[in-house]
Design a protein. Sequence first.
Length: 122
Amino acid sequence: MSIYVAAVTRCFEAWNATDADALAKAVAVAWSEEGTYTDPLADVRGHDEIAAVIRGAQEQFPGFEFRPAGDVDGNHHIARFRWELVSTADGSAPVAGSDVVTLAEDGRITSVLGFLDRLPQA
């Protein structure tokens, strides 16, 4: 497994961790201490703020999980990937996006720049 795939895998584990302790641990494993997460709805820094954004998404979309939508591409400690937010009940995916991440030397994420490519109809 490449460092890029490993980092993105840990990122998905954090986004899908629903227990508070598991979420805190997964965020710490995936992100560096001063790691950032930025998308159109959030701009946060540090483990606690990243975990809060994840909890907010989980509360907004109960019964959904984040899944990769294609392969991870990476070079020079930068990776990009696509994802979908998928209903575990019926497989629908009302939200999709793409992210670009930078990695520290230890393979943890130092920044995520996220883009929302598909949103639910209002």
